[in-house]
Design a protein around this ligand. Sequence first.
Ligand SMILES: C[S@@+](CC[C@H](N)C(=O)[O-])C[C@H]1O[C@@H](n2cnc3c(N)ncnc32)[C@H](O)[C@@H]1O
Length: 275
Amino acid sequence: MVEIRTEILLGDCKDVLKQIPDNSIDLIFTSPPYADQRKNTYGGITPNEYVDWFLPIAQELLRVLKPTGTFILNIKEKVVEGERSTYVMELILALRKQGWFWTEEFIWHKKNSYPGKWSNRFRDSWERLLQFNKDKKFNMYQDAVKVPIGDWAKGRLKNLSETDKIRDNAKNGSGFGKNISNWVGKETVYPTNVLYFATECQNKNHPAAFPENLPEWFIKLFTKEGDMVLDPFAGSGTTLTVAQRMKRNSIGIEILPEYHEMMLKEIETVKHFLF
Ligand SMILES: C[S@@+](CC[C@H](N)C(=O)[O-])C[C@H]1O[C@@H](n2cnc3c(N)ncnc32)[C@H](O)[C@@H]1O
């Protein structure tokens, strides 16, 4: 029998993180308040203050993450006076100076976002998931997120030309080329860094809860059973609920007592799994 622990802590993560030992977390998956959004419920940090507000928290995150671990930051800059804010870009640069490697950027395409038009732009239907690491060598279980190869393969792989059977040099001279015959007989392939998830979330008690399949995808990719996941801006606890279902230990921190209370009610803090 294996015991999976879920810890739900109340307070400002800048302070509460100090209770977590060095190098103890495998994955940090979180969505902090975005600058200037949801002022009336929580957050309300202005774009100008955002980097200074976030850096002391990130310093603690750097300390608690294992060298083999990954930090995924879900964030998106909004439009201020007709222009995109640059605070996310400034944050990336500041985090690099703090010692993080900016390994990758995933795009979450919110595939069910409804149409919209403003005088100078269209509906914003994607968010960033920035991947930071402490070390260039980190744990990644790529086979865990393979996807079905798709219908395109049926026609394309039926009659292969001679160039399809060799590692061809791309015509644009990029140095990238592929041996298309490698895909024959394959049922699954690796995904891209664009993720298509609907915004609908099971948890309607929080204004910014993310859909469960978002943390699930990253938990699969960067952790294995029994690993430790941290969400320092836990909200309604989606990351913790998913981590628990996937047999990962987790810690969530939330500043607002009502959300903390809600998580304590809805999430079991210790769960036993029978194998
Ligand atoms: C975008 S929401 C996270 C929603 C969460 N991903 C979910 O699925 O429910 C951000 C949360 O961070 C909390 N928060 C804001 N500042 C915080 C801080 N300094 N420490 C801990 N939590 C904080 C807010 O109260 C809010 O619930």
